[in-house]
Write a protein that binds this ligand. Structure first.
Ligand code: TMP
Length: 237
């Protein structure tokens, strides 16, 4: 399949058309942003790690019965994926309090939850990706009630699978953000990426942060943290 024109450039990835209908190429960049693009930087080698990690995890999730957009890895930074129309919702699952949850509700970071939580943000850069509830999302036609039910079911299943897998790597899955898309037949699949950019991953023993919070919070050692989680994943996948 031949790489054709660029369809879209996001903060961390570019998307290209191919000469095959309904097949796209995603290309992962080393660019990193935070706070809706206010903070900009480069995490050297991030694109290679996020491409590989996302592909390995999506293949694992497929085996567990969750449909994804993944088709085939092309090289270090590029992957064939199924063309989807993205449901404009960021789906966030949390197992332990951290980040915006801790801030909003005054729950200290690191407090484990009685049960995992789900929340949605409306993917809209101009509005700063505001929190939205499922009734609002249905009301303004971001997704149907049936799609929301499917998304919730898949998202909690993704959590169960990823939590158990990361635990086997000595890594605690604190929370993560995923996105879903619609294939041309309307069915819902997991899309976008699963990487240290989009998950909070803490060393299970030391609690050390091994994800993008090191960049967001200027903790240093960003590249080393990405390399460390990738190494653990490759040893256990
Ligand atoms: P939060 O605590 O800042 O709301 O983040 C929750 C999770 O979502 C965390 O794992 C980081 C991830 N995330 C993204 O992937 N993209 C974003 O733009 C934001 C704000 C968070």
């Amino acid at each position: 399949m031949k790489k054709m024109g660029q369809l879209y450039e996001g903060k961390a990835k570019k998307v290209f058309e191919t000469d095959t209908k309904d097949v796209l190429i995603v290309e992962y960049k080393d660019d990193a942003t935070a706070f809706n693009g206010l903070k900009k930087g480069t995490i050297v080698g991030k694109g290679v790690i996020n491409n590989r990690m996302s592909n390995l995890l999506m293949q694992r999730l497929e085996k567990a019965g969750i449909p994804t957009h993944f088709i085939e890895e092309i090289n270090d930074r590029e992957t064939y994926v199924k063309k989807v129309s993205i449901v404009p919702l960021e789906v966030i699952i949390r197992n332990i309090a951290a980040g915006s949850f801790s801030k909003k509700y005054g729950v200290p970071e690191g407090t484990p939850f009685k049960a995992p939580t789900i929340e949605f943000s409306y993917k809209n850069d101009e509005l700063g990706d505001p929190l939205i509830n499922s009734y609002h999302a249905i009301a303004i036609d971001l997704a149907t009630a049936e799609e929301i039910e499917t998304i919730k079911k898949y998202a909690f299943k993704v959590n169960e699978e990823l939590k158990a897998f990361w635990e086997s790597c000595g890594v605690t899955l604190v929370d993560f953000k995923i996105e879903f898309g619609r294939l041309s037949d309307g069915s819902i699949v997991l899309a976008d990426e699963i990487s240290p950019d989009t998950c909070r991953l803490w060393d299970s023993k030391t609690g050390e942060k091994l994800d993008k919070d090191r960049f967001r919070r200027d903790l240093g050692g960003v590249e080393d943290a990405y390399a460390e989680v990738m190494k653990r994943l490759e040893e256990h996948i």
